[in-house]
Design a protein around this ligand. Structure first.
Ligand code: FES
Length: 154
């Protein structure tokens, strides 16, 4: 005979759900709806199988993190560093992704001078329901280096 469950006491799952919902202001599941991926390995200098110093990707990531402190979307559009996005010969590389939107992969970004353009373009992406970023509207630094435009999952 199965054990009876006292339904008058909140189940542990209900308690955990309430806690999880409050973790992030961006999603009822505590998961950000938008993510700016930045490759931190791009533009590395290698010697004897070891990376020398700070990579270009790390420098760009650092600039983006610094600028994002004053970005009005910093909480809604977190920056996530990644090891590689398989576009290594087109460094530096970033990507925009969001639920229900196109995913964009951009390359050929200069280590210095492109961070503000990346955040400007990310803001444009955020504002569009489908994430579409027409060439004519993108900042100059992100006009030429588009490597992929991937449809959203349906
Ligand atoms: S090292 Fe940056 S995409 Fe591979």
């Amino acid at each position: 005979m199965p054990a009876e469950i006292d339904l008058s006491v909140p189940h542990i799952c209900e308690v955990q759900m309430t806690t999880t919902v409050n973790i992030s202001p961006t999603s009822p599941l505590g998961v950000a709806d938008h993510t700016l991926f930045v490759c931190k390995t791009c533009a590395s200098v290698w010697q004897d199988g070891k990376r020398l110093g700070e990579s270009g990707g790390e420098k760009l990531l650092s600039q983006l993190q610094q600028l994002a402190q004053d970005w009005d979307l910093r909480d809604e559009f977190p920056i996530q560093e990644v090891e590689c996005m398989s576009a290594c010969n087109r460094s530096c590389v970033v990507a925009f992704a969001a639920k229900g939107k196109l995913t964009y992969l951009f390359g050929d970004l200069a280590v210095d001078g492109s961070a503000s353009a990346v955040l400007e373009c990310a803001s444009q992406y955020y504002a569009k329901a489908d994430g579409l970023l027409p060439w004519s509207e993108r900042p100059e630094a992100l006009k030429k280096g588009i490597l992929a435009k991937i449809p959203p999952l349906s």
